[in-house]
Design a protein around this ligand. Structure first.
Ligand SMILES: Nc1ncnc2c1ncn2[C@@H]1O[C@H](COP(=O)(O)OP(=O)(O)OP(=O)(O)O)[C@@H](O)[C@H]1O
Length: 437
């Protein structure tokens, strides 16, 4: 098909959109056949990647993940089918221009070794004709955003950076022109587990701020479950076996292929993806160090609970006081003798996972662990019962969703997202063309 000057282009869409927010991507009956191969690398794939979400492609080697991803930015041309980005046909965009508005991050960052960090990041802004001052400011802003001090890092060469730092620069480079879409092809695959985890956390933090549409390819189930708003589990030819949230995949896997792929331990994995802030916390009886022991004993008898938490004047946890220690005691609670079991060694935050909460509970002297918010401000406690209840609720919610889907005549598992209704793309004359999908 001949390339025409697109109207509107993704560039225009980006500037209308303020650049920052993600746009949906639709793949409609997309296939790719490489010359000489009897099988299609991607076989009639239809899916919608919603705006502002992280969608992870998870599947075995050779199933077509990279081919699918590279068709989105036209590094690979589909043999048939259509790809719409923000409602615009990718084929109607000039490939170079399209790629300036689609960030691309690959394994081992792919930085140019002879260019400084700043020059690597500045590539697309330079192509877009930004002036030097704007580029310099943007480079520094991006380095800050990915957690690298601009003064220290902007003039270094890639070989003077660790793998994790190179990958951060790779992400900064991909974000340079504030694209609505980021494609990430096993970006953390070559990193050690600790660096990998911290970059995953960084990506989630960035995404909270930026709301890009991110397509992320990985082989790693835990990475997929942690990062994906939705996960597409793919089989040969990029056939979607299941396209669903991590919770749904874990509680309602679409058959033995998915089960095998995600392995056992689905409840343990649910613990990893649920945050303490997502569950209903319990409350211990609260006390101040200056409270009278006899009063506290009365309150505990009224409110229930064997244990009270003593907080300082800024609501930060100080220690536990047991009902037994209050028996016959008088005077300020803060002056009661305390044993090992009364010390609060561990607190967790709302951002901790339930897995971390269980770990803390297993190591704690008490059967409950305090949860703190900003400035160590006490917000509640977690017990093993809290965790059990949270997992039961997730499973029940997923069972309910499954029943609703079945009642609505849909498949019991989410296989493919329906493509959005046919996009209306204005034609070159500016009239609305009835561009049917
Ligand atoms: N340029 C090419 N020419 C011919 N066949 C290719 C080409 N690139 C990929 N293929 C084939 O297409 C299929 C899909 O490859 P692709 O790289 O998309 O898979 P993948 O799921 O990303 O694999 P991996 O996880 O190993 O990177 C494979 O069978 C591969 O051999």
């Amino acid at each position: 098909m001949p390339e025409t000057t697109p109207s509107p282009s993704l560039a225009e869409l980006v500037s209308e959109n303020g650049g920052a927010r993600g746009v949906p991507i639709e793949l409609i009956s997309v296939s790719k056949r490489y010359g000489g191969s009897p099988d299609a690398a991607v076989d009639d794939l239809t899916m919608t990647i919603p705006a502002g979400e992280i969608v992870v492609f998870l599947g075995p080697s050779g199933c077509g993940k990279t081919t699918t991803m590279r068709m989105i930015n036209r590094l690979i041309e589909p043999t048939s089918g259509r790809i719409l980005i923000g409602g615009l046909d990718a084929r109607a965009q000039k490939p170079d221009e399209l790629r300036r508005h689609i960030g691309y991050v690959i394994q081992q960052a792919g930085l140019f070794p002879h260019m400084t960090v700043a020059a690597n990041i500045a590539q697309v802004p330079q192509m877009l004709g930004w002036d030097r001052q704007r580029i310099r400011a943007r480079v520094d802003e991006l380095l800050e955003l990915v957690g690298l001090d601009p003064v220290q890092y902007r003039d270094r060469y890639p070989r003077q950076l660790s793998g994790g730092q190179q990958q951060r620069v790779g992400v900064a480079r991909a974000l340079a022109a504030d694209p609505p879409v980021l494609l990430m092809d096993e970006p953390f695959g070559a990193l050690d587990p600790i660096t990998r985890e911290s970059l995953q956390d960084e990506l989630l933090r960035l995404q909270e701020e930026l709301s890009k549409t991110i397509v992320f390819v990985t082989h790693d189930v835990d990475e997929a479950l942690k990062l994906g708003d939705r996960i597409a589990i793919l089989d040969k030819g990029s056939r979607i076996v299941q396209y669903a949230t991590a919770e749904e995949i874990l509680t309602n896997p679409a058959g033995s292929y998915v089960e095998q792929f995600i392995g056992g331990e689905s409840s343990m994995r649910l613990l990893k993806l649920t945050r303490v802030s997502d569950v209903a916390l319990e409350q211990a009886v609260r006390a101040r160090a200056t409270d009278d022991a006899a009063d506290l004993r009365r309150r505990m008898a009224e409110e229930g609970g064997d244990c009270a938490i003593v907080l300082d004047e800024r609501q930060r946890p100080l220690r536990w006081v047991s009902a037994a220690a209050l028996e016959g005691a008088s005077g300020p609670v803060g002056e009661l003798p305390g044993g090992e079991e009364d010390r609060i060694d561990t607190v967790i935050s709302g951002r901790s996972t339930l897995q971390e909460a269980v770990e803390a509970l297993l190591n704690a002297e008490q059967e409950l662990v305090p949860v703190v918010g900003k400035r160590r401000h006490y917000t509640g406690v977690v017990t093993l019962a809290t965790v059990q209840q949270a997992i039961a609720e997730i499973k029940e919610r997923e069972r309910r969703l499954r029943r609703e889907r079945v009642a609505a005549g849909q498949s019991a598992v989410s296989v493919a997202a329906e493509p959005a209704p046919a996009a209306v793309v204005p034609d070159a004359t500016g009239r609305d063309g009835g561009d049917t999908a």
